[in-house]
Design a protein around this ligand. Structure first.
Ligand SMILES: Nc1ncnc2c1ncn2[C@@H]1O[C@H](COP(=O)(O)OP(=O)(O)OP(=O)(O)O)[C@@H](O)[C@H]1O
Ligand SMILES: [Mg+2]
Length: 384
């Protein structure tokens, strides 16, 4: 663990340095703000302890620079007599905590431990999110190129997005990529499958409820929109959402406000909405199942995910990709597919699109030979 201590007083720098070195931290020091910012942008510190009152560049300015430069090391401020208020300002600006001077040994050690624990959690979360939500979109067909361009353009904006496309074509994957590439990627990502929630519960699932608002509401419940505050909500199968819930979603989009079931207070939320459906929403509007105004709100940006038929040339690449993924999940060597087997799969119809292809590759790896042959395909796959 590496810590940077910034203070213009040599005695303070050295006493904190001694304490930390006794606990096996490796310590660097800086005697002014300029030196501190330079050191922090050159190497990564697990925490930075920074005095507030310093000649020339003071602690607040150091903090501002670090935040502006995107340096993520937690910063602990050292506040002397009379600058408690400044210390509070620093916390608002993103400092992790503050310690009053003269610094107490235990307080320093505990605060550093808390700061580095938190920094570790943030890193872990980022790695995990990348693993779960950061899967690449495989394919080089023209239609996929368009899709990726569209995602790159739309992701960094806060615009709501409607993703359409047939079953298993990769709508959820597109939503996850939008989230990963957005500037809300450090915020929450909440997925809701609207088709899986009974209509009478969808209101309370999405918008929360107050204790006692219906028989089984034994305590306050935070809805998915509130959980997604500051981040992104993915409303999957939005075509299956009740009209009542649609009205509330529209209100969140227009006014950034919602009211929980049984509540009388409005709650403000800042949520980016990504929705997906394999239904034809225009037809649903005709039938009176979908609100036209919500459709217009959502469809400012529509991303249409191509069917596998529109991108057949990607089938060989997708087969290798799934064969590799399956091998790495099971720890077995990667299985190959004979050119004839690939050809048969390339010509087959794929009503279930990429999900179906993935399942077929899995089946052939279990049941077929090495390499998987054309005969294996004929025996185990309905090649219509
Ligand atoms: N371009 C792609 N590259 C790699 N994997 C893909 C790609 N598109 C889809 N997949 C994989 O195919 C499977 C189905 O994709 P996904 O769940 O995103 O489809 P969907 O359109 O949401 O399906 P449904 O209509 O059933 O909700 C997932 O395992 C996904 O990771
Ligand atoms: Mg889906």
């Amino acid at each position: 663990m590496k810590i940077l201590i910034v203070d213009d007083e040599k005695a303070i720098r050295n006493s904190i340095k001694d304490i930390l070195e006794m606990e096996d931290y490796s310590v660097e020091t800086a005697e002014n703000g300029v030196e501190a910012v330079a050191k922090a942008s050159k190497e990564k510190f697990d925490a930075i302890i920074c005095d507030i009152k310093m000649p020339e560049m003071d602690g607040i300015e150091v903090l501002d620079r670090l935040v502006a430069d995107g340096i993520e090391s937690p910063v602990i401020m050292l506040s002397g007599h009379g600058d408690l208020e400044t210390a509070v300002t620093c916390i608002k600006k993103g400092a992790f905590d503050f310690i009053s001077k003269p610094p107490d040994i235990n307080r320093i050690l505990i605060t550093i431990k808390n700061a580095t624990d938190k920094a570790n959690l943030v890193t872990q979360t980022r790695i995990l999110k990348k693993k779960v939500y950061g899967q690449d979109i495989i394919g080089s067909a023209e239609a996929v190129g368009h899709l990726k361009d569209m995602i790159a353009k739309v992701a960094p904006t806060s615009a709501s997005v409607l993703i359409t496309g047939p079953n298993g074509s990769g709508k959820e994957l597109v939503a996850q990529n939008l989230y990963q590439m957005s500037n809300r990627s450090m915020g929450p990502y909440v997925e809701v499958n609207c088709a899986a929630i009974p209509p009478e519960l969808i209101d309370s699932e999405l918008f929360g409820h107050k204790k006692g608002s219906f028989t089984s509401a034994i305590r306050d419940h935070k809805g998915k929109f509130e959980q997604a505050d500051g981040g992104t909500i993915f409303l999957d199968e939005i075509g299956d959402m009740s009209l009542a819930a649609q009205a509330k979603v529209l209100r969140v989009l227009q006014e950034k406000k919602l009211t929980p079931v049984g509540g009388d207070k409005e709650i403000s939320v800042d949520v980016r909405v990504i929705a997906a459906t394999n239904k034809n929403l225009r037809e649903e509007i005709e039938k009176g199942n979908f609100r036209e105004d919500l459709y217009h709100r959502l469809s400012v940006i529509v991303i249409k995910v191509p069917s596998l038929e529109e991108r057949r040339e990607d089938i060989p690449e997708l087969i290798s990709h799934f064969a590799e993924r399956i091998a790495s999940d099971s720890g077995e060597p990667v299985r190959s597919f004979s050119p004839e087997a690939v050809k048969l799969l390339k010509e087959k119809n794929w009503p279930g699109n990429i999900r179906e292809l993935r399942n077929v590759v899995h089946r052939l790896i279990i049941l077929g030979g090495d390499p998987v042959s054309a005969a294996d395909v004929r025996d185990n796959v309905d090649i219509n």
